[in-house]
Design a protein around this ligand. Sequence first.
Ligand code: ATP
Ligand code: TZE
Ligand code: MG
Length: 261
Amino acid sequence: MQPDLLSPAHTAHVASQLATRSPLIHCLTNQVVQSFTANVLLAVGASPAMVVDHEEALAFSAIADALLINIGTLTREQALAMRAAIDGANRAGKPWTLDPVAVGPLAFRSRFAREILAQKPAAIRGNASEILALAGNGAGGRGVDATQGAQEAVSAARELAQQTGAIVAVTGEVDYVTDGDRTLTITGGDPLMTRVVGTGCALSAVVAAACALPGSRLENVAAACGVFALAGKRAAAQSQGPGSFPSLFLDALYQLHTEGA
Ligand SMILES: Nc1ncnc2c1ncn2[C@@H]1O[C@H](COP(=O)(O)OP(=O)(O)OP(=O)(O)O)[C@@H](O)[C@H]1O
Ligand SMILES: Cc1ncsc1CCO
Ligand SMILES: [Mg+2]
């Protein structure tokens, strides 16, 4: 079956809903991207909170509207906090999203990612190598970078969605978002998005926020990718390189809901 294109109207709707509802997002993410992730969530109109101790994480994930689990700089202590946060979110019926950074070649994080998959993530967002490895079809990428194109991981994404019940987003030059049955395709963005750190990680935070919105989770997650594709393209058109890109990208994300898509 041919993938469907995401509707631009739904991307505009989700950009506006994120800002109107301003979901509170509990982020347990890696040390490299904390500040950029918080700024991206603020730019789209959501509200970030990085509550990281395991005792507080258990309580806070029940209060927040959605939870992000990103294993980019996973430590044993952080794994405890992540288990507690997922537990709190699941007990309170709050959706959680997994970013399986660098899953595949590294044993500890790969074991941990497989373990928490059983705790029913609402969404999983990764690059092609991560999604292939998580689905059991590949060895993973080069550190945090993909060595395969997203198109090569579409079948693995569908399998992973069927196995876990999560919406799976595999990103790259083109993004594919699937519930295991229907697959939506998102084009746009710019290669400059891979020349600054944390765009994928920040997208996973916006995917987590989209999971807190009412309506079709498949379409809402795809629209989160649509928001990034549109803002990335607009920012790159004005940017001279990786120095100015993050600022222009934050401005473009903000303008999507303050000036309309
Ligand atoms: N070649 C490209 N052209 C256009 N957009 C791209 C390209 N590569 C990535 N993107 C966009 O960049 C964003 C991040 O996706 P990517 O697949 O690079 O994540 P990632 O590898 O997990 O990143 P990171 O781990 O560095 O945060 C997505 O919005 C994606 O659509
Ligand atoms: C560079 C890097 N290393 C671990 S996490 C991270 C951020 C991009 O995924
Ligand atoms: Mg990544």
